[in-house]
Write a protein that binds this ligand. Sequence first.
Ligand SMILES: *Cc1c(COP(=O)(O)O)cnc(C)c1O
Length: 344
Amino acid sequence: MGLIDLRSDTVTKPTEEMRQAMYKAEVGDDVYRDDPTVNRLEELVAREMGKEAALFVASGTMANQVAVMTHTQRGDEIILGEKSHIYINEVGGIAYLAGVQTALVTEIDGVMDAGAVEGKIRSENIHFPETSLICVENTHNKAGGRVIPLEAMKSIHDVGLRHGVPVHLDGARIYNAAAYLGVEAKEIARYCDTVNVCLSKGLCAPVGSVLAGSSEFVERARKYRKMLGGGMRQAGIIAAAGIIAVEKMSKRLSKDHENAFALANGLNSLEGVSVDIDKVQTNLIMVDFAGTGLNGVQVAERLKANRILINGSSESVVRFAVHYYIGEDEIQRTIQMVSRVIKE
Ligand SMILES: *Cc1c(COP(=O)(O)O)cnc(C)c1O
């Protein structure tokens, strides 16, 4: 029996087609902008997001950090969700690299209320920092892959427009949001000034994210990328996989969502295990084992002994991530195995 890895959608290895494209990729020195494959990927993502330009970077974290550095001055304040990846999971980079402080908004199912965002915008006062950026996350990771509705995106963008504050979208999984909403990604990205798109999650590319925005923004961002050591050379080798990620893999995410829904239903039917089915929208599901008397670490250990991997913490709620390599067989085996191990 093969390993079933539900820890994250980042565990997806490149597909055979990606490996072929990487082998054959035309390359050049991207710091001189000589890499035709990187240029092609950047143009492709800019077009997909409805932006003028884009920049290929090493990771989603780098895309977000470069975005914050480019949008802000040291000592500024940025508004973002208290459960956002940029706030929780980026090693304090916004403080260390960009030198900004945060005004946090509590999300409800991943969504920040536009009025609450507006309430955090600083007025002119000699004692206050400048508010220079609003960050939104769609889909929202910590909320369990929840999609931010277009109206909510628009309301926050309108707040930004009214106050002259740009909006950055952490769209690590924007294609999952687009698949759920049944719209093109640019219909979401139109409500932000800049957007981070991850290629190495559910889209299966081995490395990389793309930061899209205006030409002027991307020119300045390019310099911060270089500062962080992200000026890569023959990066077309990895960008080649990114092109397939965008052109092809982004189109099949509904399948992952169906599989996630099946997994959620199967697990929810087990005694002591509960999933709030109404909240399952994309490829991430939050499973609560409280009724089994086990915590996440205990469940993870028992599953690991049966070749199924999840990231369990000391809490009872565990995130299961469905992706390209989790098909119907893997879903069924996971449900059966969870059913067995919680009775051990
Ligand atoms: C994974 C993730 C990132 C960061 O991407 P890395 O490539 O792991 O640095 C940023 N934002 C969200 C919402 C993510 O899920």
